[in-house]
Design a protein around this ligand. Structure first.
Ligand code: DX5
Ligand code: ZN
Length: 212
């Protein structure tokens, strides 16, 4: 599956980018919310996303790169999000936050930064619907893919199979036509791609390939 990241869209003409996105084979839309604290950048917030959400019927996959993400569960829910994804590094009480997201009626995801090992998820992997492995340090689009991610995907897949977790594995950062297939073969279910999709001459054609 493919979840194009809106971060690389043309913010001066979001309506146009939403028009081809809706026609494309991409299954989800990935929304990166930043706070300038957890990551050294700020993207867009709920007042903008409200309009984006109204332009698509596809499931919204909301990646919160912010401290205290649990404060924004009602806002994410109000967008009509399918999945709310919080960082492991931002949640000292992760089990509680996952429960709160589920109570709000959304799928719950947890994200790991490149330096955080997969083993920290051992006691939560059965409770989440998705694990996102960052393959760049979060905060910016267009960065270079960190190859160690392949090993992490395989380790996570093994851990999930052993524990009986049915969560999806998602990979985000530097994903494109040169590595998407290898990632799928390693065990990734959902790929996030920003610049590789929005920067392409024919984004619909790229979505067609990478959404398999
Ligand atoms: C990075 C974001 C990504 C970003 C990916 O912090 O989480 O979703 O948009 O962009 P690319 O695909 O260009 O690396
Ligand atoms: Zn993201």
């Amino acid at each position: 599956m493919l979840s194009p990241s809106l971060l690389s869209a043309d913010f001066g003409n979001l309506r146009k980018d939403m028009e081809w996105f809706n026609r494309s084979a991409a299954q989800w839309l990935h929304l990166d919310i930043m706070d300038g604290v957890f990551v050294p950048n700020i993207s867009f917030g709920f007042p903008v996303l409200k309009y984006v959400a109204a332009l698509t019927e596809k499931p919204l996959d909301v990646h919160l790169m912010i401290v205290e993400p649990q404060k924004f569960i009602p806002e994410v829910k109000a967008l009509g999000a399918y999945l709310m994804n919080v960082h492991y590094e931002a949640c000292p009480h992760l089990h509680r936050v996952i429960g709160q997201i589920h109570d709000a009626g959304m799928k719950a995801g947890v994200t790991l930064n490149p330096a955080t090992p997969v083993c920290v998820l051992e006691d939560i992997v059965r409770d989440v619907d998705l694990v996102l492995l960052m393959s760049v340090n979060p905060g910016f689009g267009g960065q270079k893919f960190i190859p160690h991610t392949f090993d992490k995907v395989r380790t996570l897949r093994r851990m999930m199979d052993e524990s009986g977790s049915r969560a999806l594995i998602q990979v985000d950062g530097g994903v494109g036509l040169d590595n998407w297939k290898q990632l799928r073969e390693a065990g990734a279910d959902v790929l996030v791609a920003g610049s590789a999709v929005y920067g392409a001459e024919d984004p619909v054609a790229v979505c067609e390939i990478m959404s398999k």
